[in-house]
Structure formats: structure tokens, C-alpha cells
Design a protein around this ligand. Structure first.
Ligand SMILES: [Zn+2]
Length: 502
């Protein structure tokens, strides 16, 4: 596809229905065996070498993952990694369980992996199968490496064994593609993924999926009076910053968008003139994860051929130091005419998003969802395990939260609104960019952004506090989580949020 992307072949997936026999297991290198907690003796006995496996499982506590680690007495010496999970476990618990079980299998070359979810009701079997498969597809995806000896793809194929009936796996696979792309891009070094190569990659992806591609370069953004974005962009060494608009139109080309995805794409955030210290700057090549999540979500939507029109807006720039960089107390005018007194150059995300939201909302889509690694205070409030959500439809809070619980990418809603703008009152401009006091900055940032959503367009802002978590999160084994693709797909497919906007 593009030389800078992962061009490995997809992991093959196959399914076999009916009873599991010794023959089913013959080609399998590693068997992930998942049983209900507690598992009745009959559940074990129905498996090949079941009695022996049950004895082996007694060596470890039932709630360990894996709770069973042994090898089958067969020619291949199939390794068996077992675990027990309650059918009532939440989606998040199932995903974490899947991640740990898969991690145990991939500590050696995993080869052909079998997933056997046995002894459950059909609907529970389906859910657990899909969640463990999601974990395997995430773990089997190689991240960028620039070494002579690249580690080979660890998982060659995945077989779902003994399913009651063949499962439709298209959503799991499409979500994995979207999430994997988001994680790949976020992990890329910032000298390889600069604004120019990023735009080039996006163009290639757009071509593959048949999206319309338009890039608003700084000169066009000047005509649109996008002074907030341009304040951040003016510090770039070259004129490579820009806002990219992608359009997915499965039916009429001219249809207005049902859904508009907006992403913060700060490809490296030094903090700007108000420079970050070393530890805070170290991982700032990942400050474009919001844009990667928006892009990954559009990939997933396209692969599923969803019959909705979707726009995607990506605000791509560095936040640099230098003689041209913006500074505290600059006053700039955003595309909607709002004047902003800059306070802290490290609050660049809301500047870049402000103008992007103006442009996105002028097209009056059914709903806008934006993604941004925006504030440290959101992490302070809810840790890296949840992301924060904010909306100009406060009545949606229960839906937003419920959707997170349903899909396993969990969110927590926070209030926004004019009362919080008291903290952003400015003597010289319509708004301060942020408060110098920094209390509740995630709420102030959300309240600030709301001022740039035009036409009262329904809007959800996701502050990606769960974008990075040491040791992974849910089904994702890497520190970079790509959080948001799965959540958005659940908002669209399960909650049908785009149909209820207005
Ligand atoms: Zn920043």
C-alpha cells in the first residue's frame, strides 16, 4: 500500500463447527481453551484428553490467566493455555482476559492458534469468541520497527474451533484493521511521520477506500480566517501543516454527512514557546493519536460498507518552538470570528481543533465526534483506563457511558457549558484559550471547544485519556491503545447515535 505502512498479510481466520475432536486439534500449535467459571466435569470430559486437562488445571488457581498450561499428547505437542471466565463477565473483563491469554501464547512463536470457547450458551460463546479473537488480531499485528532483523509475524492463522454456528466476524476484523492502523501511525517516529508523509499516507489510504481527499493548506486556511489553527502552524519550519478533509460517500456523492469525525493531529508537541520538560515531551510523537483514531474509524466504516455518509477532518501540524512560534498573550481570530487570548502554547490542541470544528460543523452533519489527546487533567480525573466524553447534548450522558460498558472501551462523561467559561473570561478577547490556574482543564477545554461548534450541531468530544496505558488496555497489548475506534463503532452500530442527533 504505502512504503511507510505495515504491509504484512492479514492473519488468516477459519471456523469449524461441531464437536471438537483430536483431529480438529491436530494442526493447532497453541490452543486457547476457554471454559465457564465454574466448569462442570462434563464440560471437561467432552474435550479430547479432557480428564487429563482437568487434572492439569488443578495445579493453578482457577482465576489465574492462564489457569491451565500444558501440552496435548499428540504429534504436534499442541500447547494448551486455558482460562475460565464467568458468562456474566463484562465486555472489558472479556477483552482483558483475552489479552492475557493471548500474551501467554505469543511468548513463543504462536503459529496456528486455536480458540475454543466451550461449555457456554450460544450467545455467550459468540461474544467471548469475538472478544478473544479481537485480542489475538491486536497481538498478531506488528508495530513499526527499524531493525535489520525484524521480528516475524507471530500468529500465522487463527481457528475458531467448535463454534455452534459460523459467526459473522466482519465487524471484529474491520475494527481490528482500524485500530491497528491507528496504533501503527501513532507509534511511528516523528521524523518518519511528519506532516508531509502523513498527508501522503492519508492520500494513499483514501485512494484505497475510494474517499474524496482534500487538503486545506495554510494559504487556504488564511482565506478561511482559521487563525487559531494557523497560530499553532506558524511555528512549523516549513509550510507543511494543514487540515485534511476525507469524504466517504457510499451512495450519492453530494449527500451531506450523517457523521463527521474530527481528529487532533499534532505530529510532535514540544509544548511550543512554553516548552515541555523532558519527561512530558518524551512520547509527544503520539499527540496525533486523535487523528489516527478518526482515520482508523473511517477505515472500519468503509470496510463494513456502512450505508451512511461520513466526513473526516484531520488537523495536522507540529507544535514547535522557534522564532515564528506563537506565544502567550497573542490574540488570534478563529474561523467563526471568535477572538482568543492565548495563555499557554502547550494548549495547542484546542486551538487546532477550534477551527477544524468550525469547518466540520458548517456542513451540518448529523453528529460530530472529535478525538484528541487533549488534557492531562482528564488523566488526573479518570486515569488512563477510561476516556472522558463531553457533549452539547447533556441528555446523552447515560447513552455514552452505557455504550462504553457494552463495547469494553469505557468512557466517563463530564459537564461543560457557559458557566465554566467564567474561568476563560478575557479583558482583551472574546475568550481565553485556557486558564492559567489549570483547574478542571478538561472541562474548560470541552467548554471552549463547544464555542466553535456551529449550527447547534450535535457533538461529542472524546478526550483520549486512555490513549496510552502501560501494559496495554482491554484487548490491546501495546501501550498505545488506539482507543476510540471500537467505541465509535459501538456508538454507530449499537447505539445508532447518528440517527438521533437532531
Ligand atoms: Zn500541548
Amino acid at each position: 500500500m504505502h512504503a511507510l505502512l505495515n504491509n504484512d498479510r492479514d492473519i488468516r481466520i477459519n471456523q469449524s463447527t461441531g464437536r471438537i475432536t483430536s483431529k480438529t486439534l491436530e494442526p493447532i500449535d497453541q490452543l486457547l481453551l476457554i471454559l465457564p467459571k465454574p466448569a462442570k466435569p462434563g464440560v471437561w470430559r467432552a474435550l479430547p484428553q479432557g480428564t487429563r486437562l482437568r487434572e492439569a488445571a488443578k495445579k493453578r488457581p482457577a482465576d489465574a490467566v492462564p489457569a491451565l498450561s500444558t501440552r496435548l499428547h499428540n504429534k504436534r505437542q499442541t500447547r494448551v493455555l486455558g482460562g475460565q471466565i464467568s458468562p456474566s463477565a463484562t465486555a472489558f473483563e472479556q477483552l482483558e482476559f483475552g489479552r492475557k491469554l493471548v500474551a501467554a501464547a505469543t511468548d513463543e512463536k504462536a503459529g496456528r492458534v486455536g480458540i475454543c470457547v466451550h461449555g457456554f450458551a450460544a450467545s455467550d460463546q459468540e461474544a467471548i469468541c469475538k472478544n478473544v479473537l479481537a485480542a489475538a488480531l491486536a497481538a498478531g499485528y506488528r508495530m513499526p520497527q527499524y531493525k535489520d532483523q525484524q521480528s516475524p509475524a507471530n500468529i500465522k492463522s487463527i481457528g475458531l474451533l467448535g463454534v455452534d454456528q459460523k459467526l459473522d466476524l466482519s465487524r471484529v476484523v474491520a475494527e481490528a484493521h482500524g485500530n491497528n492502523l491507528a496504533r501503527w501511525l501513532t507509534t511511528m517516529p516523528p521524523n518518519k511521520l511528519d506532516a508531509t508523509s502523513y498527508a501522503d499516507i492519508i492520500k494513499t489510504v483514501a485512494k484505497k477506500y475510494g474517499w474524496q481527499f482534500k487538503r486545506f493548506a495554510t494559504r487556504e486556511l488564511e482565506k478561511l480566517n482559521a487563525g487559531a489553527f494557523l497560530a499553532v502552524a506558524q511555528g512549523n519550519e516549513n509550510d507543511s501543516a494543514g487540515i485534511i478533509r476525507l469524504r466517504y460517500r457510499p451512495a450519492q456523492k453530494s449527500a451531506s454527512a450523517n457523521l463527521s469525525l474530527v481528529g487532533k493531529g499534532i505530529i510532535f508537541d514540544t509544548g511550543g514557546t512554553n516548552l515541555k520538560p523532558f519527561q512530558s515531551m518524551l512520547d509527544m510523537h503520539g499527540d496525533m493519536q486523535g487523528s489516527a483514531v478518526a482515520l482508523g474509524t473511517l477505515v472500519t466504516i468503509s470496510e463494513l460498507k456502512l450505508p451512511i455518509a461520513v466526513d473526516c477532518w484531520l488537523a495536522i501540524t507540529e507544535n514547535r518552538t522557534g522564532p515564528d512560534a506563537y506565544k502567550s498573550q497573542d490574540v488570534v481570530t478563529a474561523a467563526n470570528g471568535t477572538t482568543i487570548q492565548t495563555i499557554h502554547t502547550d494548549a495547542e490542541g484546542r486551538m487546532a481543533l477550534a477551527d477544524t470544528l468550525v469547518l466540520a460543523s458548517r456542513d451540518t452533519p448529523g453528529v460530530i465526534i472529535d478525538y484528541a489527546t487533549l488534557t492531562g487533567s482528564c488523566v488526573n480525573a479518570i486515569t488512563n483506563r477510561y476516556s472522558g466524553v463531553f457533549t452539547n447534548r447533556a441528555e446523552w450522558h447515560p447513552r455514552l457511558k452505557r455504550t462504553g460498558q457494552l463495547c469494553g472501551e469505557r468512557v466517563w462523561p463530564f459537564p461543560i457549558g457557559d458557566e465554566f467559561l467564567d474561568s476563560l473570561k478575557s479583558d482583551v478577547a472574546d475568550l481565553k484559550q485556557c486558564s492559567a490556574k489549570n483547574e478542571g482543564d478538561h472541562i474548560l477545554a470541552g467548554s471552549f471547544l463547544e464555542k466553535f461548534v456551529e449550527n447547534d450541531t450535535p457533538w461529542i468530544h472524546v478526550d483520549l485519556s486512555a490513549s496510552d496505558n502501560d501494559g496495554g488496555l482491554g484487548h490491546i497489548p501495546t501501550k498505545v491503545t488506539g482507543f476510540g475506534v471500537r467505541y465509535t463503532m459501538s456508538l454507530v452500530l449499537d447505539e445508532k447515535i447518528h440517527e438521533t442527533g437532531n
